[in-house]
Design a protein around this ligand. Structure first.
Ligand code: ZN
Length: 461
């Protein structure tokens, strides 16, 4: 698959959502012209030019491409593992990913990544931040490189959150049995430097970013190394990402061990700021929400995974109201069983209304979290909205189907109706990456066979 930026005219859509908040969320029935990877014009009744490809959008609604800010691509070969399907987080970690970490050869990691990118693209994701933590002292670092390769072959905008641990996480049940020797700080930082020089582009519409992302700040490294890691990232001009406050047990551990709430703990170790975002943030005190808002530290809200593992419901409306930068992530599909951002947004819209009442959130706000909000926490300022001059990243959802007939407002249909969404076209950086419902050049039968072989190799506990 080779990606080429095209001159495009998206003609006659049913509706266009902008990714912006409030009154600006809807653009109506406007055409979009794309040149050199950017949106050149948004206006009604644009006439086609001789050199441009016209895409008939008359059965489609147009969304900015979803920005998935927390994922674990390797988990695409670990969906619905029986010993973890009804487990809580700690049991699930011990049963599903941890015993198999050392078994992910580069070849298996590649198959998992290809499955993941295919599903993400076919649900409308155009940017993916992958929290990749398959690193240990004697393991290969080439899986990070192959993720960039595969992202490029699918045309996905890609952020590698380079994870890993600097201490054996004996406090996490299950991990102590794994007996993988953790990397040293020098090993981790040397690989991040290498990845940065080879791949990182800090531009506002960058296709490739590197982020410094130890797996958790409490379990994965000794506290005295947290500021060192943060300072190294800031010296290199890289962002910071990690898991935080996913379960009650996580909060209790932090209080018992460090006598602090998790956000207080990371604040004391230089891990707050507009260059930091955290996955989950399920269990927070009001004082912690205020600290996140004051420092501009962001959240990757993963409501499906949090529900699936029984971890709780993050106070996302409270965070958003306080001014915490919000985004959506599907988390790993071993604790979600879906990599679809449409599914995630659908659930995010519903769950807070169920828990807190109908004023908790709106469809438009949920779409904003999953698009402009996501681009914001990643620092991709030219991404996430449909506006003139912004990167041409968008999705055409086909609504010519009985399940969408009868809608008074088709603009909200993909999120309000949930899956199955029907992506007819997807465009990233001006390149058509889903063309008439198909990922060009991708052999789905071959991928299915590879996945089946991969599952066989990972079957035993
Ligand atoms: Zn995660």
């Amino acid at each position: 698959m080779s990606m080429q930026t095209e001159a495009l005219l998206i003609k006659n859509p049913v509706a266009v959502m902008s990714g912006l908040r409030g009154e600006s969320a809807r653009l109506g029935k406007v055409d979009l012209r794309v040149r050199n990877g950017r949106i050149e014009t948004i206006a009604s009744n644009l006439d086609a030019r001789a050199d441009e490809r016209v895409i008939d959008a008359s059965s489609c609604v147009v969304y900015p491409g979803w920005v998935n800010t927390h994922h674990h691509l390797f988990q695409n070969l670990l969906k619905a593992v029986p010993s973890g399907i009804n487990a809580n987080l700690e049991e699930w970690l011990a049963a599903v990913p941890y015993p198999r970490l050392a078994r992910f050869t580069p070849e298996l990691a590649r198959i998992a990544a290809r499955l993941g990118f295919a599903e993400l693209l076919l649900s409308g994701v155009t940017t993916c931040a992958d929290h990749h933590y398959l690193y240990h002292a004697s393991g290969t670092t080439e899986t990070g490189d192959l993720l960039f390769d595969e992202a490029a072959s699918f045309g996905m905008r890609f952020v590698l959150c380079r994870g890993g641990a600097l201490q054996a996480a004996g406090d996490h049940p299950g991990f102590s049995k794994v007996a993988l020797k953790p990397e040293t700080l020098d090993q981790m930082l040397a690989d991040i430097e290498r990845l940065k020089s080879r791949y990182h582009d800090g531009g506002d519409a960058s296709m490739r970013r590197v982020v410094v992302a130890p797996t958790t700040p409490t379990f994965s490294l000794p506290p005295e190394l947290l500021p060192e890691v943060a300072r190294a990232a800031r010296r290199m001009g890289l962002r910071l990402h990690t898991h935080l406050s996913e379960t009650r047990r996580y909060v209790d551990f932090c209080k018992e061990r460090f006598n602090q709430l998790p956000v207080e703990f990371v604040a004391d170790h230089e891990w707050l700021g507009p260059d930091v975002w955290f996955a989950h943030l399920v269990h927070l005190q009001a004082s912690e929400i205020a600290m996140l808002a004051e420092t501009g530290s962001g959240c990757s809200h993963c409501p499906v995974s949090n529900a699936r593992l029984g971890s709780g419901i993050a106070p996302a409306p409270q965070m958003a109201n306080a001014g915490v930068p919000m985004s959506l992530g599907v988390d790993g599909v071993a604790s979600n069983e879906s990599g679809s951002m449409t599914n995630e947004a659908h659930f995010a819209w519903l769950v807070h209304r169920a828990a807190q009442g109908a004023s908790a959130t709106t469809v438009e706000e949920t779409i904003h979290w999953g698009t402009q909000g996501g681009a914001g926490v990643l620092g991709l300022d030219a991404v996430g909205t449909l506006e003139v001059g912004k990167a041409a990243d968008f999705v055409l959802y086909d609504v010519n189907h009985p399940r969408f007939h009868g809608f008074h407002d088709l603009a909200v249909a993909p999120v309000a109706a949930g899956e199955p969404s029907r992506v007819r076209y997807s465009v990233v950086n001006g390149c058509v990456v889903v063309d008439n419902g198909v990922i060009p050049g991708l052999d789905l039968d071959a991928l299915r066979h590879e996945a089946a072989e991969g599952v066989k190799l990972l079957l035993a506990d």
